[in-house]
Design a protein. Structure first.
Length: 105
């Protein structure tokens, strides 16, 4: 699979991986949150927090989701990373502007 880079920052927040699970994955599998949690080996509350976007997808959860969905953990980790990075950049924008940029040549 090819990797693509985006040179311009996103103007909207990236999708939280929980939204993808909630809106696409679980409905397509016809599973309830309780049944998906049981199959993943996590508590219903833990999965519900991820689905609500209130909890990040950890490395361990990415491994579980990658196995569960058959697409490996990297997709879930990349989605979470992009989500976290966007929100951090929004919160630190002015502070980051004050830091001088150096380049190794």
């Amino acid at each position: 699979m090819a990797e693509y880079s985006i040179d311009e920052p996103l103007q909207r927040p990236p999708t939280h991986p929980g939204e993808l699970l909630r809106e696409e994955v679980l409905p397509s599998l016809g599973l309830t949150v309780a049944e998906a949690a049981r199959q993943l080996g996590v508590s219903r509350q833990s999965l519900h927090r991820i689905l609500a976007g209130n909890r990040p997808v950890s490395t361990e959860m990415a491994l579980r989701l990658g196995r569960f969905c058959g697409n490996g953990p990297r997709l879930w980790l990349r989605m979470q990373l992009e989500y976290n990075l966007w929100h951090a950049e929004q919160g630190m924008g002015a502070e980051l502007e004050r830091i001088p940029a150096h380049s190794a040549e």
